[in-house]
Design a protein around this ligand. Structure first.
Ligand SMILES: NC(=O)c1ccc[n+]([C@@H]2O[C@H](COP(=O)([O-])OP(=O)(O)OC[C@H]3O[C@@H](n4cnc5c(N)ncnc54)[C@H](O)[C@@H]3O)[C@@H](O)[C@H]2O)c1
Length: 266
């Protein structure tokens, strides 16, 4: 068990990649603080882990709210007495594939502010308040969710792309600054992975457009499929565990090859 008796906080763990990671970390022996702004889904994931014999507790937190973030880290300490892993997973992708609204300069300012506040500022704030506890535990691991959208340009990527590029750079800065405390900081950049964040675009499209949108989503993958949340969760466990002890400041692509070519499969 690669995370035996480690304590992990995972933000945005009510569904998708965060939920898959919560289950994976619990199965690797971690005590998991499942956090999400959505109480129903977050509590259900924690309950599911406990039902399976794992150790998990749910704490509600909006990562863009500093009081919530402070309370989340304090709750982790109260529940388990220490903190070894912070997975900054919470994120939002707000744009619109089918209207002009998504084009960069037509994006409403509120969406720009919200995406940056959750994806980038949330990652910074959770790390800021978790870092002292990670140091106290002898040096821990911070694992940040970036995206290929933060590495390469793509249409309608305003706000989301810059927020994730910021996460990549924040990862490097924090890695440098937290190294003296023994804490490693890494991030990973997934390609399109089959979670509600992605499926909402084809599920909510008019029936005639759904297949086309799906094909666009997987068209940049060398293998003609979407990623699975658990495939990303397995990478997060690796980055959170001593298996990656030589890694810090890295950004690992997990994208079915998207960033390794410049084509679109036909
Ligand atoms: N799915 C993909 O293809 C993909 C690709 C690249 C990067 N990512 C990144 O991986 C992470 C997880 O993505 P996902 O696909 O599982 O997303 P998702 O939308 O399926 O799940 C995100 C979770 O975050 C929660 N959340 C949203 N705002 C929050 C806030 N302010 N505070 C706390 N929780 C909040 C939601 O309630 C939800 O449970 C995100 O950071 C996303 O940007 C996903």
């Amino acid at each position: 068990m690669r995370l035996q008796d480690k304590v992990a906080v995972i933000t945005g763990a009510g569904q998708g990649i965060g939920a898959a990671t919560a289950h994976r970390m619990a199965s690797e022996g971690a005590k998991v603080v499942v956090s999400d702004v959505n109480e129903e889904t977050g509590a259900a994931v924690a309950q599911g882990i406990r039902d399976g014999g794992g150790n998990a507790t749910y704490v509600r937190a909006d990562v863009s709210n500093v009081d919530d973030v402070k309370a989340l880290i304090a709750a982790a300490k109260d529940a388990y007495g220490r903190l070894d892993v912070l997975h900054n997973n919470a994120g939002v992708h707000e744009t619109n594939f089918t209207t002009d609204q998504a084009q960069s300069f037509e994006l409403p300012e509120e969406i720009w502010d919200k995406v940056i506040a959750i994806n980038l500022k949330g990652t910074w704030m959770c790390s800021k308040y978790a870092a002292p506890l990670l140091a106290e535990a002898g040096g821990g691991a911070i694992v940040n969710a970036a995206s290929i959208g933060g590495l390469i340009g793509y249409p309608m990527g305003a706000a989301y792309g810059p927020s994730k590029a910021g996460v990549v750079q924040l990862t490097r800065v924090m890695a440098l600054e937290l190294a003296p405390q023994g804490t490693r900081v890494n991030c990973y950049a997934p390609g399109n992975t089959d979670t509600p964040m992605v499926s909402k675009y084809y599920d909510t499209a008019p029936p005639g457009e759904q297949e086309m949108i799906k094909q666009q989503l997987l068209g940049t993958h060398m293998f003609p499929r979407l990623g699975e949340p658990d495939e990303v969760a397995r990478l997060v466990v690796f980055l959170a565990s001593d298996d990656s002890s030589m890694m810090t400041g890295a950004c690992v692509t997990i994208d079915l090859g998207t960033t390794a070519w410049r084509g679109m499969r036909t």
